[in-house]
Design a protein around this ligand. Structure first.
Ligand code: FES
Ligand SMILES: [Fe+2]
Length: 436
């Protein structure tokens, strides 16, 4: 069969030039292409440190939960030795899903297919009818444990893992994001805990459309969220005037605003109307802010992260006491897992009220969340057409305006900008080797 098309035109997606050097122009093919997606599973989700959940979800020895690293299902468990381990949730016999539960406690996992039994630390400890049917060719149990991931580590109780044996240490990969994470999760003696199971829902979009929005798309808030903003009477215009965008090496970035020392707004959660909360909770938030002043770097506390992306798929929304993990499910689908977190030592009433505020705003049925999903879906849909995928997405707002902030240890913009999104795509293109 002959064709007049040059090979590069037939398969343009795995070539250089999909993202401009400065990150301001991104080929829309990156939102829909199957081959690129398969490469992402290997090169990004198969190598990066990925967020899995929080240690508070594993309260005792034998606790476990299941989740995903890219499209690989994994079991995260706390062993009898208290160590947290992560194994592929795929049987070493023929690959059936070993653990079908979301979470629980277990001393062992029994595969539902042929009943091989694995200890919580991944060892194969039982082979059904071994004596009868593995006589002539014995099965070497020591070589058939569940496959462990290469490294597991945590920061402020947040568990991360990587498949890459040569990955740099987690704290190095998070780099200059660490002090900003301290200002969210390290504010209180005792740290934070996740309450309840994550809420999960799917959006038919590409994972990068979602993550670049979290990395720094504050431009959309007054249009996409116009009606919600009216409902809760927030002054988003004032917010847009004060917002800044920060980014660090590694593709991590976020929107931030500067808050006064010890001001009421220096506690997280107060982007919500404070009047949503009882007097007791308001008093707690003031006290919480005061404790954070004593524990966290002052300059990082001033620069309050509003919404952010830790590359590749961890989204932070601390002002609503929530973070999310975005699991890719093909080039055109994501599953969002949304977690409610709160200071472990907060009184029960405070936890309840903050939980309500989270559900009201950014839970799956929250008024703000609803606006976004429809838009992200449409951006992905228009990138699937033969012509749409040839288009270019523009991220040029505020190009070149950002500068290095010595105290914060990050790049920062003087005003509303798409700088953090450019940083996200520059990093993505470098890892994928498809940059200009
Ligand atoms: S696939 Fe698990 S025991 Fe056979
Ligand atoms: Fe939004």
């Amino acid at each position: 069969m002959t064709t007049t098309e040059k090979p590069a035109e037939r398969s343009p997606v795995l070539t250089r030039g999909l993202v401009s050097k400065d990150g301001s122009r991104v080929s829309r093919a990156v939102y829909s292409d199957e081959q690129l997606y398969l490469r992402e599973l290997d090169t990004i989700f198969g190598k990066a440190w990925l967020p899995l959940g929080h240690e508070s979800q594993l309260p005792k020895k034998g606790s476990f939960f299941t989740t995903f690293m890219g499209e690989d299902a994994v079991i995260v468990s706390r062993g009898a030795d208290d160590r947290i381990r992560v194994h592929l949730n795929a049987c070493s016999h023929r690959g059936a899903t070993v653990c079908l539960e979301d979470s629980g406690t277990a001393k062992s996992f029994v595969c539902p297919y042929h009943a091989w039994t694995f200890a919580a630390d991944g060892r194969l400890v039982g082979v059904a009818m071994e004596d009868r049917y593995y006589k002539t060719v014995p099965i070497d149990k020591s070589r058939h444990g569940l496959t462990p991931v290469a490294h597991v580590d945590s920061v402020h109780g947040m568990i991360f893992a990587t498949f890459d044996p040569n990955a740099r240490p987690l704290r190095e990969a998070l780099g200059n994001m660490i002090p900003f994470l301290d200002a969210i999760f390290g504010r209180q003696e005792g740290g934070v805990e996740v309450i309840g199971a994550p809420q999960k829902w799917r959006v038919p979009t590409n994972w990068k459309i979602y993550q670049d929005n979290f990395a720094g798309d504050e431009y959309h808030v007054s249009s996409t969220h116009g009606s919600s903003v009216e409902t809760i009477q927030l002054d988003w215009d004032a917010y847009l005037e004060e917002v800044r965008h920060c980014y660090v090496e590694g593709g991590h970035g976020f929107a931030a605003r500067f808050v006064e020392p010890n001001g009421a707004e220096s506690a997280y959660t107060t982007v919500e109307q404070p009047s949503l909360f009882s007097v007791e909770t308001q008093a707690y938030l003031a006290q919480e802010a005061a404790e954070a002043e004593r524990r966290v770097s002052a300059v990082h506390l001033r620069c309050q992260l509003v919404a952010g992306t830790v590359f590749p798929n961890w989204s932070l929304l601390p002002v609503y006491n929530t973070f999310r993990i975005c699991h890719p499910k093909g080039p055109n689908e994501i599953e969002l897992w949304s977690y409610f977190f709160v200071a472990k030592n907060a009184p029960e009433q405070v936890k309840r009220e903050l939980g309500k505020a989270y559900n009201f705003s950014f839970g799956p049925a929250g008024i703000i969340e609803q606006d976004d999903s429809a838009i992200w879906e449409s951006v992905a849909r228009t990138a699937r057409g033969a012509y749409g995928r040839r288009g270019v997405a523009d991220y040029s707002m505020g190009l070149g305006e950002e500068s290095w902030h010595e105290g914060l240890g990050c790049m920062i913009t003087p005003r509303l900008s798409e700088a953090a999104q450019r940083n996200f795509y520059r990093h993505w293109a470098a890892v994928m080797e498809v940059g200009e």
